[in-house]
Design a protein around this ligand. Structure first.
Ligand SMILES: [Zn+2]
Length: 223
């Protein structure tokens, strides 16, 4: 049983368009992230339809009629990082500069989904590096976090991927990344720990070899 795609569904997706604003104000926006392939949306919608049946729901009752396509579009939005290349994004905004102190962008909001349960985890990322002749546009650091976060993730890998992308493109004297996040798979199911926060860190270069650098970073990101 498959639903017809009604023209009115287009307007249904409007709220997402405003959500895409984060992505659109950037020149490297990937068109696919805006206009998902109808075949992909169709396939995902069918899967959601089956999920509804699987949990004992009636996908044909009024409130659920448009849910499969809505969830499909939402999922595509939440995982749009797959269509973007974080290293390319950084490469487009590298400048030569002699500044050689720590650059820190803290409290970058992250919204991701754990790959084990496909449930959200969310929190803050703090990203720092010490330039070695090259700096990168500050907004790009947040964008790199965003691109990796908008994939199915584990927090540990997300933290390392952000570090590695910056390391690979800028070749700085060091990179430090700390992520603090709450996982809905811990809050809503399993151990049901409402307030637990998971902290992960990934460092390179001087953030490992220089205790003062590491301490400064950790002091600066304290709330
Ligand atoms: Zn999980």
């Amino acid at each position: 049983m498959k639903q017809e795609k009604m023209p009115s569904d287009i307007s249904e997706s409007k709220p997402h368009l405003s959500g895409r604003g984060n992505c659109c104000d950037d020149d490297e926006c990937i068109p696919e992230a805006h206009e998902p392939d109808p075949l992909v949306i169709g396939g995902l919608s069918d899967a959601v339809y089956s999920m509804l049946e699987g949990i004992g729901e009636d996908p044909l009752r009024e409130g659920l009629l448009k849910t499969p396509e809505r969830v499909a579009r939402s999922l595509r939005f939440l995982t749009r990082g797959y269509s973007q290349d974080p290293e390319e994004l950084l490469k487009n905004a590298v400048f030569t500069e002699s500044y050689d102190e720590m650059v820190l962008v803290k409290d970058i909001d992250i919204f991701s989904m754990c790959e084990h349960h496909m449930l959200p985890f969310f929190g803050k990322a703090h990203v720092a590096y010490i330039p070695d002749g090259k700096i990168v546009g500050l907004s790009k650091l947040a964008r790199v976090v965003e691109v990796f976060a908008r994939r199915l993730q584990v927090q540990e890998r997300l933290t390392q991927q952000i570090r590695d992308a910056i390391q690979n493109v800028l070749h700085p004297k060091g990179v430090g990344v700390v992520i603090e996040a709450r996982h809905m798979c811990m809050v809503m199911r399993g151990v049901e720990k409402l307030n637990s926060v998971t902290t992960t860190s990934a460092m390179s270069g001087q953030f490992i070899t220089s205790q003062p650098t590491r301490s400064e970073f950790l002091r600066l990101i304290k709330p």
